[in-house]
Design a protein around this ligand. Structure first.
Ligand code: NAP
Ligand code: SF4
Length: 678
């Protein structure tokens, strides 16, 4: 019987020799746990949790079939019989929970971060200092065998299938796209020659694993790089790969070196579904859509519309391993939605740290951060319903403590309520919705519009008091700071009237956010910017689904900025240098697109009716702006914290504890860890 809530997403998929229990695949994502055998138990627990949560099929992070294909020396490979016992621990943990699991095989080619890398041609990737060697015919043949051998080992380790990584700019892509593959032999030139490597890999893999084994191929459905494949080359490759023996065609979008964002939060939801739909029309095997699909509604709609047969979600299942079961039980509003920030997952991977999730610090730490029922029920007060306070209060209440959550504001969310106003950060609404529901389901007593006094805390008989009162924006000591032109970022993000020419003081994460807010068109009733439509977003980044241009790239069409903005900092380093690794470049590119004047090495002399007086390299000038917005960081607000009190015991977390580099990732993790130990 079909599920009444999301009937298409939850419909089983019969593959002939096996059946997936629904249409949700957990896409491959490197967690860092794959690389060390002593982390296998943690990896098994991580995947088992997603299987327990109802996911139809999970795919591991990429395993290299040979050393040349290593991401970096010592990255996870799977090419020896001796590796099988470790993998059996993972597969049996998933099968025990009624799930299925496929192993991804990935050869990094010229993205390999070591001097022995090789690729179709000796062409260095713009994001890697190592120049690859062009592969010999013998190396190509042994690589095909290596892929197939890994697949055979995966079958022996009881995986249900493999995914061959043919997208995101890795080796297979490098052969398929002419800007990297400049070979003159049978492996280069025409598309028939360029797709020979993946087709031979699939044929050889099918030969080694037999008929009853899932082979997923992750095909680049839009390359987003100059000289990438054309739309018709992509379709031609898909057909040939189907014929060679692929069971499910998965979607990859863009190369890692592409300068078009593909997964960050400002990318509209399901932005690339039509690229998948175009390929699906030409194939008879199931096709899976991917990228920025993060709610059951979006997943259901894609499958119901016929654009895809399945959806792949990686980060959303990091954020909530029980996504599928919650959806199936009609508890979609309890799903902890991935906000596509990359802060704890992909940024960690790029820094060679273990991945986790900003909104779910248990991700990849399932055996370490455990919310056990409390041994003794305590009376707990949490002051502040921002990220830290929400995290601490909900975990404490889930564990069985009697929790009261206070906030002076009329709604929960703290700084999230400002972040959600930033164009492209609308996903923050989801966090507030999620926590609102968690407060209800865990039985917290919520007291909004309430100012708490220390005396009251003592008198109420609390055992524990968690101070999560957050921050106050810093007011820099600039002469004239009281001038009426001066606004704080909080004023701006809550709809204060702002003129057409604006200077922003401070170029941290919030300075960048505010500058984006100011240049985007305002259209909502409260004067705040409206979200960009998919069509506008594509025009601005120069991508077109219907073009035959290589890489689907067309001329960019920048929409005029709403205001003239100056973004300033005292440091001489490039502006935005401290932003997150995988998202900072997008923020810098957007502001550049909108002609924001970014100036470093600034001294702020004074503010008066003429505007903001600054000196740069000893030269004085006046920015004749209508408003000056202060985004100069924050200071902790901790008046309620009493470190000497024994009863109740006080704890200080989040921005209230340390405002520098305040961020929600640290706040949520700190709140959860404290509450897990109460
Ligand atoms: P921040 O990153 O610490 O930046 C504060 C800015 O103010 C810096 O540019 C600093 O640059 C300037 N500043 C500091 N003291 C000043 C003073 N006395 N006078 C004038 N300028 C001063 O703080 P934030 O921008 O408020 O962001 C807070 C945190 O929120 C970030 O660390 C980040 O974790 C998080 N966040 C991240 C993002 C994102 O990644 N997109 C977005 C929003 C928030 P100079 O000292 O060089 O002038
Ligand atoms: Fe999603 Fe951010 Fe969590 Fe990554 S860290 S899974 S992007 S919410």
């Amino acid at each position: 019987m079909s599920n009444q809530h999301y009937p298409h997403m939850l419909e089983p998929l019969d593959l002939g020799f096996t059946t997936l229990k629904n249409r949700v695949i957990m896409g491959s994502m490197h967690t860092g746990l794959e690389d060390r055998f002593w982390n296998i138990g943690k990896l098994a627990a991580y995947f088992a949790e997603r299987a327990k949560g109802g996911t139809g099929l999970v795919i591991t992070g990429g395993y290299n079939p040979n050393r040349r294909g290593w991401f970096y020396p010592t990255a996870g490979s799977f090419n020896r019989y001796g590796d099988i016992p470790n993998h059996l621990r993972v597969t049996s943990a998933v099968h025990k929970e009624g799930g299925k699991i496929a192993l991804q095989i990935l050869h990094a080619g010229r993205y390999s971060y070591h001097p022995l890398s090789h690729s179709a041609s000796a062409k260095k990737a713009p994001i890697n200092p190592f120049k690859p060697k062009a592969m010999t015919e013998g190396e190509i043949k042994s690589t095909i065998k290596a892929f197939a051998k890994t697949a055979k080992l995966a079958k022996m380790a009881k995986y249900d299938g493999v995914e061959i990584m043919g997208s995101e700019g890795y080796l297979i892509n490098q052969f398929m796209a002419p800007h990297v593959n400049q070979r003159k032999d049978k492996w280069g030139g025409s598309i028939e020659n360029r797709m020979r490597l993946p087709v031979e890999i699939v044929k050889e893999t099918r030969k080694q694993v037999g008929k009853d084994f899932i082979i997923i191929f992750r095909l680049s459905m839009m390359e987003l790089v100059e000289g990438g494949m054309t739309a018709s080359e992509i379709v031609k490759s898909a057909k040939a790969l189907e014929k060679a023996g692929v069971t499910i065609m998965n979607t990859g979008i863009g190369w890692h070196e592409a300068r078009v964002p593909t997964i960050v939060t400002s990318v509209p939801r399901a932005a690339f579904r039509d690229a998948t739909a175009r390929v699906k029309k030409e194939l008879s095997i199931p096709v899976c859509a991917s990228n920025r699909i993060n709610t059951p509604e979006v997943a259901e709609e894609i499958i119901a519309s016929g654009d895809a047969d399945l959806v792949s979600m990686a980060r959303p299942l990091l954020a909530d391993p029980h996504f599928v079961n919650k959806a199936a039980e009609g508890r979609g509003d309890e799903i902890n939605v991935c906000i596509a920030c990359n802060q704890a997952c992909i940024d960690h991977t790029f820094e060679l740290k273990r991945a986790s999730c900003m909104v779910n610090p248990q991700a990849c730490h399932e055996t370490e951060l455990v919310y056990l029922p409390a041994l003794k029920k305590k009376k707990v007060a949490v002051i502040g319903a921002g990220p830290a306070g929400l995290s601490a209060s909900t975990v404490a209440a889930e564990r069985g403590h009697d929790v009261t959550l206070y906030d002076m504001a009329s709604e929960i969310g703290g700084q999230f309520n400002y972040a959600k106003q930033v164009p492209g950060k609308e996903e923050f609404y989801e966090m507030i919705r999620y926590y609102g529901r968690r407060v209800e389901t865990t039985g917290i007593t919520l007291k909004l519009n309430t100012k708490v006094e220390e005396q009251q805390l003592k008198a109420s008989g609390y055992d524990e008091v968690i101070v999560a009162t957050g921050i106050n924006p810093r007011t820099p000591p600039i002469p004239g700071i009281e001038h009426k032109k001066v606004l704080s970022y909080l004023d701006v993000l809550t709809g204060a009237e702002v003129g057409k020419k604006v200077a922003v003081i401070g170029a941290g994460g919030i300075g960048f956010d505010v500058a984006e807010f100011l240049v985007h068109p305002g259209a909502k009733a409260d004067g705040t910017p409206r979200p960009q439509s998919l069509a506008e977003w594509r025009e601005e980044w120069g991508i077109n689904i219907n073009t035959e241009n290589r890489g689907h790239l067309v001329e960019k069409k920048t929409h005029a900025a709403e205001r003239e903005v100056f973004l300033l900092q005292r440091k001489k380093s490039p502006l935005g240098a401290g932003l997150n690794k995988t998202t900072g470049w997008v923020h810098r590119a957007v502001l550049k697109m909108k002609d924001v004047d970014m100036i470093g090495g600034v001294s702020y002399d004074k503010i008066d009716d003429d505007g903001l007086h600054i000196s740069v390299n000893g030269e004085s000038k006046v920015l004749d702006v209508d408003n000056i917005v202060i985004c100069a960081g924050q200071e902790s607000r901790k008046d309620l914290y009493n470190e000497n009190s024994k009863s109740p015991k006080f704890h200080l977390i989040g921005g209230a504890e340390f405002a520098g580099e305040l961020d929600a990732k640290r706040a949520i993790k700190q709140g959860a860890e404290l509450a897990a130990a109460l």
